[in-house]
Design a protein around this ligand. Structure first.
Ligand code: ADP
Ligand code: MG
Length: 261
């Protein structure tokens, strides 16, 4: 995207997050950059979704600072935020009996009354990119888990924001659609968008992400290029399971395999 003072979409410094007296996240310092795909990985309960909720401002840090485009995230109005970033939450619950197309239309709401592209075009493009055009007139509630996830992804794409956050977008998806979603994140990054994607499949993260952040027990365990930080020792330590890391013979990217006796 043009017109940004720096290439950082988000800058976090010394961020702590607590729920009641429980430390959920501690001392998180990192930058999320435009034009890059950042994969957030880590064990269940490590704090990945919590970190996203701080970025979306659904939660407030107990300490530290979070800046969006160089301004404290808390300085933005809700409407401004909805034009800057779109979020695919881990659970894609939709109330009432909306069709898939109506769910995707909701992504356009932040732009109502503004000159920001053609709604019909944006909705159609989003349906095509998420491979759900054929489901447009189906009731959302009647869709399979993977179909719902892709329709929810289309809603995020229709919002057409510079920052896209996806919390486990591939969890319910088959092999081809997992690859499709990650290829889509690459295309978004190539357009200058900042993409943050929570993934459990470390090989998928390694194949597509520019940067990987490993969250473990509420702390940033490592941040860097996948081939630098996905070492056997680190992954075995973080996940409590012995793994082997090999290089994909075609791409050279790391592939993570549990050691099976
Ligand atoms: P992840 O997305 O990495 O699996 P979460 O960010 O959802 O993890 O959760 C991080 C930790 O915060 C977990 O231990 C979870 O149980 C805890 N947690 C989340 N919400 C609450 C809550 N409302 N009250 C207490 N603990 C919570
Ligand atoms: Mg989560």
């Amino acid at each position: 995207m043009s017109g940004h003072a720096s290439d950082a979409a988000f800058a976090l410094a010394g961020v702590d997050y607590r729920i009641g007296s429980i430390d959920i996240l501690s001392g998180i310092t990192l930058e999320v950059k435009y034009g890059r795909v950042l994969a957030l990985v880590g064990p269940n309960g490590a704090g990945k979704s919590s970190l996203l909720s701080l970025l979306t401002r659904d939660a407030r840090p107990a300490a530290g600072s979070i800046e969006l485009d160089g301004r404290p995230v808390h300085d933005y109005s809700a409407r401004e935020l909805s034009r800057r970033r779109a979020v695919l939450l881990q659970s894609n619950q939709v109330a009432f009996s909306f069709t898939a197309r109506e769910v995707v239309e909701m992504g356009r709401a932040p732009w109502t009354g503004l000159d920001h592209g053609n709604d019909e075009t944006a909705i159609r493009e989003a349906l095509v990119r998420a491979d759900v055009l054929h489901l447009a007139d189906r009731a959302f509630s009647s869709l399979s888990g993977g179909e719902k996830a892709r329709v929810s992804l289309a809603r995020v794409l229709a919002q057409d924001t510079a920052i896209i956050m996806l919390d486990e977008p591939t969890a319910a998806l088959d092999l081809r659609h997992q690859e499709d979603v990650l290829q889509l994140t690459r295309r978004l990054a190539a357009l200058g968008r900042a993409v943050i994607v929570v993934l459990h499949d470390l090989s998928l993260a390694a194949a597509y992400a520019d940067d990987v952040a490993i969250i473990s027990e509420g702390r940033l365990n490592a941040l860097g290029a996948p081939d630098e930080i996905f070492t056997e020792d680190r992954i075995s330590d973080v996940y409590g399971i012995s793994v082997r890391v090999i290089a994909d013979p075609e791409t050279g990217r790391p592939v993570v395999l549990p050691r099976r006796a």
